[in-house]
Design a binder for this molecule. Structure first.
Ligand SMILES: CC(C)(COP(=O)(O)OP(=O)(O)OC[C@H]1O[C@@H](n2cnc3c(N)ncnc32)[C@H](O)[C@@H]1OP(=O)(O)O)[C@@H](O)C(=O)NCCC(=O)NCCS
Length: 144
């Protein structure tokens, strides 16, 4: 039986995880810098949205075998803040494909490098990308 990878520590409703999701590779790993912070010193939501869009586009480009454009952000939930200096890991998985579109589920984990390495799932989002041609028009997805 596979070991549970998280434990509940009941700290202000935050799920503190003991490891990142096992057996999965993040699409992106990045450390936000002070320039990515808002006026209160925590990481600006727009920075996280940009990382999510970039990470989500990676499996989409692979599946489309070429350029894609983001057509929709279907859902976006900031569960917990991200702090400057956290190690941010972004996981992206295709959950649906259509004729020209690819829908990707994105999960963001922050490892609090400055606070005993706790790991927290901070953001969940679902985005849809459209495969596009050289004229930026929708393109039918290649067969798998
Ligand atoms: C992406 C773009 C090329 C799609 O062109 P379009 O003429 O609207 O395309 P269509 O209506 O044929 O839809 C294409 C696909 O997108 C899907 N789609 C369109 N709107 C959607 C929405 N709001 N949510 C989810 N999927 C959507 C359609 O269902 C279709 O999927 P399918 O072929 O798998 O069934 C065009 O909308 C565009 O250029 N948008 C700007 C993209 C961009 O610049 N993004 C970066 C942000 S600045």
């Amino acid at each position: 039986m596979r070991a549970r990878f998280f434990q509940h520590h009941n700290m202000s409703d935050t799920e503190i995880l003991s490891s990142l999701p096992p057996g999965k590779n993040p699409a992106l790993r990045v450390v936000p810098m002070p320039a990515d912070a808002n006026v209160h010193g925590d990481v600006f939501g727009g920075w996280i949205m940009a990382q999510v869009d970039i990470a989500g586009s990676i499996p989409a480009v692979e599946r489309a075998q070429g350029r894609v454009a983001t057509v929709a952000v279907n859902s976006f939930l900031f569960r917990h803040p991200v702090f400057v200096g956290d190690l941010v890991s972004v996981y992206a998985d295709i959950v649906k494909t259509g004729r020209t579109s690819i829908t990707v589920s994105v999960e963001v984990y922050a490892q609090r490098m400055r606070h005993s390495n706790e790991i927290v799932k901070v953001t969940e989002a679902t985005l849809t990308y459209v495969a596009t041609d050289d004229n930026r028009q929708p393109r039918v997805l290649p067969k798998v």
